[in-house]
Design a protein around this ligand. Structure first.
Ligand SMILES: [Zn+2]
Length: 321
C-alpha cells in the first residue's frame, strides 16, 4: 500500500504578520478604517485560540528602496513630510477619507514591511503561508496618490519585491475586497510577470477602472446583491483557469472582507463560509502551482463583528492541512 507523502512545506506554520503601530489620524471623524478594526481581530485571535498556532511576527518598516519599487520617490517623501505636519506636503493629501496624521507614515511603512517580511518567510520557508494583519490598507493607493484609506500599496510592493529579491518570474495578485483595487491595477497594469485578478461590486467606489482591462488584468465586476454563488462562479470560471495557465510562483491576496452581507458600505452578500471557500480554492491552487506560497494581506472590512469572524474563517482555513 502506498500513501501520498505530504510535502515538507505543508508542516510549516501559518505566519501572522503585524505591527504594533496603532494610528488614528482622524479621531473626530469617526472614520470606518479605525484602530478598533485591529482590536477586533486581536480579540478574536485570542478568544478563538488560533493565537497559539500561528507564527506571530511583529514587523518593522520596509526599506524605502523597496517601497519605491511601486511608488514614486517624491510621493513617499511627501507622505513622510505630511506625517510630520509639513503644510505644503499635507496639501497633497487633502481628502476627507484619507487623512494623514502623525503616525500615518510609520504605520504605512510598517504595513509594507509586514508584506515584505511575509514574502521572505514563504520563500525562505519559515512559514508555509501568511496573513498580514495590517493598517492602513493599500489597494487604492496608486503610484503617486493616496485614496480610499490607502497610502502605500502593500500588495503591489510585495509582488514587485518578490520579483526583485527572489527572482520570481510570475506573481499573481488576487483581490476579493468589495471595492476595485484601482491602485494595484494602476501600478501593475502592463507589468511583465505580474497578473492582477480582481472581483468587486460595480458600480461602487472607486470610479477608477481601466477599460478595456490591460492584458495582465482580469476584472470581474459583480452587481449589487451578488452572493456566494456569484463569487464561486468568478473563482471557478475566471480565476482558476487564468491561474492554471499563468503558473504563478507566488500568490498574493488582497483580502478585504467588506463584501460581507453585514457591511453597510457595499451591497454584496458574502458570508464567512464564502471566505473559507475562497481561501481553500486559493490554497489548492497555490499547492498545485507554487508549493503553497500564499501571502494574504488585509484590505477592507469595517463591520467589526463580521470582519473578526471572516478573518477567523480565513485564517483557520489557511492553517488547515
Ligand atoms: Zn474595500
Amino acid at each position: 500500500m502506498t500513501t501520498a507523502q505530504a510535502p515538507a512545506w505543508s508542516g510549516l506554520p501559518t505566519g501572522y504578520f503585524t505591527h504594533g503601530r496603532i494610528y488614528d489620524p482622524n479621531p473626530l471623524a469617526n472614520a470606518p478604517e479605525s484602530p478598533e478594526r485591529m482590536e477586533a481581530l486581536e480579540s478574536r485571535l485570542f478568544v478563538s485560540g488560533l493565537e497559539d498556532f500561528v507564527e506571530r511576527v511583529e514587523c518593522g518598516p520596509a526599506p524605502r528602496g523597496v517601497v519605491t519599487l511601486a511608488h514614486d520617490e517624491d510621493y513617499v517623501e511627501a507622505l513622510e513630510k505630511a506625517s510630520q505636519g509639513d503644510k505644503e506636503a499635507l496639501a497633497r493629501f487633502e481628502m476627507t477619507d484619507t487623512k494623514v496624521g502623525p503616525g500615518t507614515f510609520d504605520a504605512a511603512m510598517r504595513s509594507v514591511g509586514a508584506v515584505v517580511a511575509a514574502v521572505d518567510a514563504v520563500f525562505s520557508r519559515t512559514c508555509r503561508n501568511a496573513f498580514c494583519a495590517v493598517r492602513p490598507p493599500g489597494h487604492h493607493a496608486g503610484r503617486a496618490r493616496a485614496g480610499g484609506f490607502c497610502f502605500l500599496n502593500n500588495v503591489a510592493v510585495g509582488a514587485l519585491y518578490a520579483r526583485a529579491r527572489w527572482g520570481v518570474e510570475r506573481v499573481a495578485v488576487l483581490d476579493f475586497d468589495v471595492h476595485h483595487g484601482d491602485g494595484t491595477e494602476e501600478i501593475l497594469a502592463g507589468r511583465e510577470g505580474v497578473k492582477f485578478l480582481s472581483l468587486f461590486q460595480w458600480p461602487l467606489f472607486p470610479d477608477r477602472r481601466i477599460v478595456p482591462a490591460p492584458e495582465n488584468v482580469v476584472q470581474s465586476p459583480l452587481e449589487a446583491g451578488a452572493a456566494g454563488p456569484e463569487i464561486e462562479r468568478v473563482v471557478e470560471n475566471e480565476w482558476l483557469p487564468v491561474l492554471a495557465d499563468f503558473r504563478p510562483q507566488l500568490m498574493l491576496l488582497s483580502a478585504g472582507f467588506d463584501a460581507h452581507v453585514e457591511e453597510t458600505m457595499a451591497q454584496l452578500k458574502a458570508a464567512e463560509r464564502d471566505y473559507a471557500y475562497l481561501t481553500r480554492r486559493m490554497m489548492d491552487a497555490a499547492a498545485a502551482l507554487c508549493e503553497g506560497r500564499l501571502v494574504s494581506v488585509l484590505e477592507g472590512g469595517y463591520s467589526l463583528r463580521s470582519l473578526a469572524r471572516s478573518v477567523t474563517a480565513h485564517l483557520q482555513t489557511l492553517m488547515r492541512p
